[in-house]
Design a protein around this ligand. Sequence first.
Ligand SMILES: *Cc1c(COP(=O)(O)O)cnc(C)c1O
Length: 429
Amino acid sequence: MSFKNSEKLYKKGLVNLVGAVNSPVRAFASVGGNPLFIKKAKGTRITDVDDNNYVDYVLSYGPMILGHRHKKVQKAIDKALKNGYTFGASTKNEIKLAQLVCDAFAGMDKVRFVNSGTEAVLSGIRLARAFTGKDKIIKFAGCYHGHQDALLVAAGSGLATLSMPGSKGVPEGAVKNTLIATYNDIESVKAHFKKHKDIAGVIIEPVGGNMGVVIPQNTFLKELKELTKANDALLIADEVMTGFRSKFGGAQELFDVEADITCLGKVVGGGFPVGAYGARNEIMEMVAPLGGMYQAGTLSGNPIAMAAGIATLKELKRQNPYQYFEEIGGILEVILLEKAKEYNVDLVVNRFGSMLNPFFKKGVVTNFEEAQQSDTKKFAVFFWEMIRNGVFLPPSQFEAWFLSSAISERDLDTTAKAIDKAMKKVSEM
Ligand SMILES: *Cc1c(COP(=O)(O)O)cnc(C)c1O
């Protein structure tokens, strides 16, 4: 297997791009070696510039839930393109996508579209502060909520991979209203509420996906909801990754918890840059032009992106692949665990429907600290052996693998064979 063309492009890219990438995880820093450059993708398969073909479990970090270039999505995009690219005025499709989104989330009457998950969350935080008139926000160690200043502390994957304590360039003042709690530890949240009276909200990934996959235990989310309510604070669900992914109504539907504010991204744009935040009327009426919280965007509600989002959500609803995800995800989980046992490798597999994650360690992973105990050197060896056997995984221990509804028996077969080889290689370290 040759990576010659990727290597060439990487060297060329270093001149005018930072690290030859536009998002740090793409640089392969934590698995070593040069990053792959991609030429094209279709369905479950992705092809690099050396014409190597892989089963794709990155899926652009989640958005491509139907697989790449789904016929219906492609058609919707082609149609939208013929009418123009952006108008700076409202279009019918914005209303259509808004209806689809509000129908999916019980606690959402109105939604505002933005251009990324980062933007959705930073707006959601502003909204929680505007509505409550309070300043402090509680976040959980290991949860990632985009790269806004206020939440770039203890922020999971990208930062965990690069072992950065936070980020340079974030002034102390920007994080002075951010309180850190421990995932799955309700007492750590209670302690903050006891000490601080000015907490506007608690933001959480209702299923952790940026420290590897971490599942909320038992009644954790329900207790969180009660705790915020009792303290006149809002529960902000960052469902940028989980929204539409393992249930159409996100993790909130599965765990039967209704957040006050929900943030979305990834799947909602069907592969185009879309984020969204929504809530019940009383809260959303704070947002301009109805209320005094300002938030705007030149390209927000972009017609091409709206068309891709509508086509993706409609097709998702039609396919209803969530049972299929459960089956396929379960099969992959079993293969990983069986091969780990066969080759005597310590392994924990966490899975939430169509998101899953192996950790190379003993015991369990229920929070960031336990996730960080994974042997990332083993992951790096595993990663490259998977690549050499035709499977494209996220190049970081702390990123979830994603499934698309297009995945086939043949893809699973390729994956199973690769896992066998990769686990063997890990056992020989
Ligand atoms: C990806 C992600 C974000 C950031 O979204 P971008 O579109 O990358 O800005 C925020 N929160 C969560 C939970 C995410 O997974």
